[in-house]
Design a protein around this ligand. Structure first.
Ligand code: HEC
Length: 256
């Protein structure tokens, strides 16, 4: 049997008593007294009981130490701020909120005017031949130029003459027939003389749309100078024809 020095027993026993793990049965223990008396009485009864008690106490001590001290990473995980549970729905609805927010802050759609409607009609129906700026044949299109006051030379006034041209086109006027101002600089324009025909839009566009696109090419592309009074009169005319009534911008005469 291995001999354990008596002083070591005593030291660990005292430590356990201090920690409250072992009852101090008053005075010296049998092992302490026995050992001090007998010296090498290692296999004596009380001494081995003491060893068992010491082992048990050791196990207890270890258990306590284990539960008492936790690794730093565990305590760090315990103490750090956690994402609160209410953050989950917030994070879920955040993109939706952002979408709604952007939608709400967008400026409301511009009200439809004769000019905005005319611009839309021009882009959809006329720009393919007359180009976006109205340069027409001067800008690679097949149609006549409508910018730089050109259309105003052909049609000095926004009246039946011009609207009729837009409604019936080259063939409606009759190939070889003059249209517009007969006293136009460099001579009156003759239907079909460009070698290309302009289609009529009477069937495809409602009256107010023809009116508004006529205004667009005059007032915007050819920068017609007119009084506010005259503009007000044209707005009233456009409304009388049915302009600005359907909010979706589509015309009853629309379609292709
Ligand atoms: C398919 C091509 C084409 C389209 C689309 C077209 N045009 Fe033309 N446009 C022409 C051609 C070609 C002429 C010259 C007609 C001719 O020589 O008989 C012309 C002439 C005109 C003229 C007369 C200009 C002048 O000084 O003689 C006006 C005004 C005009 N177009 C307006 C329009 C408007 C407004 C639209 C759209 C609603 C439109 N055009 C769509 C080809 C087109």
């Amino acid at each position: 049997m291995t001999e354990v020095p008596e002083y070591l027993f005593e030291r660990s026993r005292q430590r356990r008593i201090d920690l409250g793990l072992l009852d101090d049965d008053g005075g010296g223990t049998p092992s302490a007294s026995g050992a001090s008396e007998g010296g090498a009485l290692a296999s004596s009864g009380p001494s081995s009981a003491d060893v068992i008690a010491a082992a048990k106490a050791d196990a207890k001590l270890e258990l306590q130490a284990e539960s008492g001290i936790e690794p730093v990473w565990v305590s760090a995980a315990r103490s750090r701020t956690k994402i609160p549970i209410w953050a989950l729905p917030v994070m879920f609805f955040l993109p939706l909120w952002a979408f709604v927010y952007v939608k709400l802050t967008e400026p409301p759609p511009e009200p439809v005017t004769a000019i905005t409607e005319g611009a839309a009609t021009y882009a959809a129906r006329c720009a393919s031949c007359h180009t976006g700026t109205g340069a027409g044949s001067e800008g690679g299109g097949v149609g006549r130029p409508l910018y730089n006051g050109e259309v105003l030379l052909t049609f000095p006034k926004l009246e039946a003459d011009m609207l009729h041209w837009l409604e019936v086109g080259s063939e409606g006027i009759g190939i070889g027939n003059a249209y517009g101002a007969t006293d136009r600089p460099r001579g009156a324009h003759i239907s079909g003389e460009t070698g290309a025909n302009m289609p009529g839009f009477g069937g495809a566009l409602s009256e107010y749309k023809i009116y508004s696109v006529a205004r667009y090419i005059r007032e915007v592309l050819s920068e017609e100078q007119i009084s506010d009074e005259k503009i007000a009169g044209r707005d009233a005319e456009w409304e009388a024809l049915g302009g600005g009534k359907d909010l979706d911008g589509g015309g009853h005469g629309g379609g292709h």
